[in-house]
Design a binder for this molecule. Structure first.
Ligand SMILES: [Zn+2]
Length: 287
């Protein structure tokens, strides 16, 4: 049965949710971030792209979604104290608790499958703990979907124009600039845009290099070394890529393609058998 009502839990009554659960047990949880991007883009870039993919995917697949969590895991985007950047970041512990607790609430109500969705790559650094805890404790199906971005851009490869050396999927580059232009062009100020690339932190010396925003450095041709770095250690302008390849038409196509892919994934998830063993949530005031 096609779902003709809104898809955001905030827009539904409890009667609607119960009705949805009679035929469907899948729900999405969108997670964004509020963090420094290139000077031409808003702090909410990753939140906007996340919801801009989740909304159409929800419609295409007839799946509900929880309200967007607008703050994620962005410790490396804080900038310097007193600099006035505006980034908000949850600790790994807090983010895990919030995402776990939202999951337990959804399972309590009758959802059996939860797909968390984010455009912010660094949100994936913390997810194994809460996903496994939910899985082991309840038996529910859990997944975490990252929109096509950073090094994994296969889904949108034919839409991107920049060569791989231009790192089109990275911070404030081709993909993000195009998508925010499509989302709300008033939020983009191209007079401030700069083309830029990542580099190894100066304080590590000349033996190291870096090609994008991964948490790694390259040493003697090998990229097997993780170092906790601040974003401004390896990107002088909070831009890694070429924003001048962005345009609203391309952004529209990226939203379309990303939401098609996510909707197709949701259709597959509907078919996966799952048996929830624990639905009650008595730890909900203190755990
Ligand atoms: Zn971003």
């Amino acid at each position: 049965m096609a779902w003709s009502k809104p898809h955001n839990l905030l827009d539904l009554s409890y009667v609607d949710v119960a009705e949805y659960l009679k035929t469907q047990d899948l729900v999405m949880v969108p997670i964004g971030s509020c963090e420094k991007h290139g000077a031409h883009l808003p702090l909410g870039t990753d939140s906007m792209i996340t919801i801009g993919v989740v909304e159409p995917a929800a419609k295409k697949a007839g799946v509900l979604y929880a309200p967007l969590l607008p703050v994620g895991y962005s410790p490396h985007h804080m900038g310097l104290m007193g600099q006035g950047v505006g980034t908000l970041s949850l600790s790994a512990e807090t983010a895990n608790r919030i995402l776990y607790e939202i999951g337990r609430c959804l399972i309590f109500h009758g959802f059996n499958k939860i797909v968390y969705v984010t455009h912010h790559g660094s949100n994936t650094k913390i997810i194994d703990l809460f996903l496994r805890r939910l899985r082991y404790e309840t038996g529910a199906f859990l997944a975490f979907y990252k929109t096509p971005t950073e090094r994994e851009c296969n889904v949108v490869a034919d839409i991107i124009e920049g060569p791989p050396e231009e790192t089109p999927g990275w911070h404030a580059g081709e993909i993000e600039t195009a998508m925010i232009m499509a989302y709300d062009s008033d939020l983009v100020d191209m007079s401030r845009a700069q083309q830029d690339r990542a580099h190894a932190p100066q304080w590590m010396g000349p033996a190291f290099s870096k090609k994008d925003g991964m948490g790694t450095v390259i040493f003697q041709g090998s990229e097997n070394i993780f170092v906790p770095m601040e974003h401004h250690d390896y990107s002088d302008t909070a831009t890694i890529g070429n924003p001048f390849r962005g345009n609203p038409e391309k952004g529209k196509r990226l939203f379309e393609r990303g939401s098609d892919h996510l909707a197709a994934f949701l259709e597959e998830v509907k078919k996966i058998p799952v048996k929830v063993t624990t639905r009650d949530y008595p730890e909900r005031v203190w755990s």
